[in-house]
Design a protein around this ligand. Structure first.
Ligand SMILES: Nc1ncnc2c1ncn2[C@@H]1O[C@H](COP(=O)(O)OP(=O)(O)OP(=O)(O)O)[C@@H](O)[C@H]1O
Length: 499
């Protein structure tokens, strides 16, 4: 995947000689022929054969046991696999206090603003990954958590909806993270379980929800961990930075629930949910469903009202850049809400249930400035809260974790088959944003009324009834862990028009 590879943590080169001119106290002599030096991006192990650089990102833990210094780290054994490895040396008795100070510095560099020793509630879907999730957790994930001194409490989900109950009942003081060894279904349930708590806002601000990719759809992990490798994702969670994330309230009939990923109506929903019987085809079932409907030029007429915030692509580009440029101030804000001493984001009052709905529910009269517009030619209605919808599907390149907006893409269903196919193929190459057929808006709410008897509406990949629904975004209501603390992984909105 472009964008991710450039930041591969294992490509850190051994520094050149100028970088060896480091402060004296950065180096710990561990025996006559060996030394450990804190370099710019890596721990440099001199005296081992050959000289090695271990990127700080890979350092899991370091400690002094009596006079033995032990450093555990993630060692790559293949492009997408890491395992726990360690080095150990005996330090001289006279060096003991210097060694302790050196270890403290190493851990500062290894963790930066990421919380150490996270307390993680792990939920394992025994059916995730065609039944492999429990094995993958034990083999690829748990050893990394334990080597990083995380506290781990594991529970297998027993039935559909169990994760909602677990999250609703969890004591928010006992954990820092809820990690889902699953596809995208379990995180959806966990956000909703936390949302049912009487103090939902506090719970959603305190507990970071993460995914350890064990499903077929692992969009959350692609967005936040930049991978669907279980071991790399485990390391990303260990090193993950708490990041507020917008969540979306969906109302339909008398129900209200949360969406963290996407809502779709039209070709995407049909390809996802309408091809379940073709699961044996693997990922190809989506392509098959897509081609079938493109060839048929299927339309999904509906009525749609949208609360648009930004509708020009140039302005969306500027908005995206401005949010990215604010990184320092976001980090500052996050520092004030570190997990060790959690306080609630200034936008949220502590101890309260889910926020009031600004725009009412799907059954209320439409807000005054909203207008239902008939959409006779709707082909694809796709509203996203994250960048990736699946591996190599960065459908929403301008999506940001907490800009207080949803990203809406609509595409007419009567465009030529060649154009539709071109758009589909261009998503993976991140070349759709400037295509005039790819209608892209930043929005804060919408109501969609489907027409016809029946069809598919997908919320976070789950089917909901074929009936009017309404969505509105809540700025920074949830919390996740991300690699960089401020944006999703992968290619972002192109700098300038590519069309
Ligand atoms: N023990 C269980 N028995 C039956 N269903 C379960 C069990 N545990 C979890 N589930 C259900 O499995 C679904 C979630 O699966 P998962 O999170 O792996 O996401 P998914 O995206 O649906 O999976 P996949 O990506 O493999 O298609 C949820 O609906 C959840 O309630």
């Amino acid at each position: 995947m472009s964008g991710f590879e450039a930041r591969d943590p294992f490509t850190d080169p051994i520094p050149d000689s100028s970088q060896h001119e480091l402060e004296q106290n950065a180096t710990l002599i561990v025996n006559r022929n060996a030394s450990l030096t804190l370099g710019t991006d890596s721990l440099i192990v001199l005296g081992s054969q050959p000289t090695r650089a271990i990127p700080y990102y890979n350092v899991l833990w370091a400690e002094l046991a009596d006079l033995e210094i032990i450093i555990r780290y993630a060692h790559p054994t293949a492009k997408n696999v890491i395992v726990v490895a360690f080095i150990s040396y005996i330090v001289d008795k006279s060096e003991r206090s210097r060694a302790l100070a050196w270890i403290a510095k190493l851990l500062d560099s290894a963790y930066g603003e990421s919380q150490r020793c996270k307390r993680i509630k792990v939920l394992v879907n025994p059916f995730g990954g065609k039944g492999s999730a429990p094995k993958w957790f034990a083999r690829d994930i748990e050893p990394i958590f334990l080597a990083a001194k995380c506290e781990v409490n594991v529970e297998r989900t027993q039935f559909k909806g169990h994760a909602i109950e677990i999250a609703e009942e969890i004591n928010t003081n006992d954990f820092d993270v809820i990690a889902c060894c699953s596809g995208d279904g379990l995180p959806h349930e966990v956000f909703n379980g936390l949302g049912k708590k009487p103090d939902a806002r506090t719970a959603l601000a305190k507990l970071a929800v993460v995914q350890l990719p064990c499903g077929t759809g692992n969009a959350m992990s692609w967005n936040l961990n930049g991978t669907d490798s279980t071991s790399l994702a485990a390391l990303a969670v260990v090193k993950g930075i708490r990041t507020p994330m917008d969540l979306v309230s969906i109302t339909q009939g008398g129900n209200r629930f949360l969406s963290f990923l996407s809502q779709s109506f039209g070709i995407i929903a049909e390809c996802d949910l309408g091809t379940e019987h073709l699961r044996w085809l693997g990922d190809a079932r989506f392509t098959y469903g897509f081609l079938k409907r493109v060839i048929g030029k299927t339309l999904w007429p509906c009525d749609l009202a949208v609360k648009v915030e930004i509708d020009s692509k140039d302005q969306i580009r500027d908005h995206y850049q401005a949010e990215i440029d604010q990184r320092a101030s976001m980090e500052e804000r996050r520092r004030q809400t570190t997990l060790q001493n959690p306080t609630i984001s200034p936008r949220l009052g502590p101890g309260e249930a889910l926020p009031e709905l600004r725009y009412g529910t799907a059954t209320d009269p439409l807000p005054e400035d909203w207008h239902l517009v008939p959409q006779e030619k709707m082909g694809n209605f796709y509203c996203g809260n994250m960048r990736y919808m699946a591996a190599d599907m960065p459908f929403f390149p301008a999506a940001l974790p907490h800009d207080g907006n949803m990203d809406l893409v609509t595409i007419d269903g009567d465009i030529s088959r060649t154009a539709a196919l071109g758009l589909f193929l261009d998503v993976a190459k991140n070349r759709t944003f400037d295509n005039p057929l790819f209608n892209y808006r930043k929005i804060t709410g919408y109501r969609l009324m489907p027409r016809g008897k029946d069809g598919y509406i997908s919320i976070d990949g789950e089917r909901v009834p074929w009936a009017t629904f309404q969505a509105e975004v809540h700025h920074g209501l949830g919390t996740v862990l991300s690699r960089n603390g401020h944006c999703f992984e992968g290619p972002s909105v192109p700098n300038q028009s590519t069309s």
